[in-house]
Ligand binder design. Structure first.
Ligand SMILES: Cc1cc2nc3c(=O)[nH]c(=O)nc-3n(C[C@H](O)[C@H](O)[C@H](O)COP(=O)(O)O)c2cc1C
Length: 369
């Protein structure tokens, strides 16, 4: 039997009304103490009803510790105040009949000393800085030079992820998504284009996939595999990630290694995040996503530049169980309804993506009956 984008799906321990997912979207509107605000609650509530919005919301990336922050005004999931703020969000989403997981984030070297406790240096798999910018008080600035984590610091890092997953449950989330994509910390370990370590966490594929595996072991020990997902982006060049010398082997082994954990879902960004799906013009070999999927038994979520026909076809022909939409969900709070009806879509205002107030955030119009 073929499935439809509009059909329910049981994903691990989470029952979804349909396969339309709101992708994780950083909007830089957290309050003091990196606490989710009432305005954020309203933004998620608007997109939460599965009849008009998403079957599942993945929150904006949320740092697991003060050292995990890389941009101004992103929310955290490490303090009691943040848990209380997120509880307002999850209550609002559940009140609409929706489901919501939180994306757990550590940016690694994509950060700036002005954002970190006591002006600390960012940490990474490497001492080598990324060629890129971040957004700090006062505007865009080049990222700061990182220092490589010592091997004896890694258990503490893993404990931070585990603690954040436990706090996410206290905050009422249906689950968590580990952010292992887009050139942030976990990807800084996965790829040999960045990871230049000589300890147990660098060198071979086995060593480079170790941090991902240990973090997922810790998270699933805390909350269960059925409430845990992971986001990967095997060939994105985002945040100066470069390209792994054998992405197919590295990412394949990563999923093979975590298969015993029984993850609820894997979320794959196909191609360059927010850019071309096909990178052959940039000299990057096509990635075989079906081969990657062969290592995972749970639900398969895809993302990157999906529109209505592509998304309907992906679920119909079985290449995906779920489709995540980013920019379309920013501009269309009632995207689910618009997809179902083939209704026109609101244009995106790119000037209001990162930071600001309700404008370009909670004031996009819904369809009128
Ligand atoms: C404003 C904005 C913020 C984003 N923030 C995140 C994030 O916090 N975590 C993440 O994994 N991806 C993030 N992304 C990437 C999106 O989740 C998604 O992969 C990308 O927009 C491509 O999907 P789309 O074509 O449906 O928009 C962000 C993208 C945009 C435009």
């Amino acid at each position: 039997m073929t499935a439809s984008l509009y059909d329910p799906l049981r994903m691990g321990d989470i029952a979804l009304a349909n396969r339309i997912v709101m992708a994780p979207l950083t909007r830089n509107r957290a309050g003091a103490g990196q606490v989710p605000t009432q305005l954020m609650t309203e933004y998620y509530r608007q997109r939460a009803n599965p009849e008009t919005g998403a079957g599942l919301i993945v929150t904006e990336a949320s740092q697991i510790s003060p050292m995990g922050q890389g941009y101004l005004d992103t929310p955290g999931i490490y303090s009691p105040e943040q848990v209380a703020g997120w509880k307002r969000v999850t209550d609002a989403v559940h009140g609409e009949g929706g489901k919501i997981v939180i994306q757990l984030w550590h940016v690694g070297r994509i950060s700036h000393v002005s954002l970190l406790p006591g002006g600390a240096q960012p940490v990474s798999s490497t001492n080598r800085p990324a060629n890129g910018k971040t957004f700090i008080a006062g505007g865009f600035a080049p990222v700061s030079a990182p220092r490589a984590l010592r091997t004896d610091e890694i258990p503490g890092l893993i404990a931070d992820y585990r603690r954040a997953a436990g706090l996410a449950m206290q905050a009422g989330f249906d689950g968590v998504e580990l952010h292992a994509a887009n050139g942030y910390l976990i990807e800084q370990f996965l790829r040999d284009s960045i990871n230049d370590r000589s300890d147990d966490y660098g060198g071979s594929v086995e060593n480079r996939t170790r941090l991902l595996a240990e973090v997922l072991q810790a998270i699933t020990a805390e909350i269960g595999g059925g409430r845990t997902g992971v986001r990967l982006s095997p060939i994105t060049p985002s945040n100066d990630a470069g390209q792994d010398s054998d992405a197919q082997a590295t990412y394949g082994r990563a999923l093979e290694r975590v298969a015993p954990l029984g993850l609820a879902y894997v979320h794959v960004v196909e191609g360059a995040t927010g850019g071309p799906r096909d990178l052959s013009a940039q000299g990057v070999a096509p990635f075989d996503y079906a081969a990657l999927r062969a290592h995972h038994r749970g639900a398969w979520m895809v993302n990157n530049a999906y529109d209505r026909p592509m998304a309907e076809a992906a679920v119909h022909n079985g290449t995906a169980d779920l489709v995540a939409f980013g920019k379309l969900f920013i501009a269309n709070p009632d995207l689910g309804r618009r997809l179902r009806q083939g209704a026109p879509l609101n244009p995106l205002d790119t000037a209001t993506l990162y930071g600001g107030d309700a404008h370009g955030y909670t004031d996009y119009p819904a369809l009128v009956d």
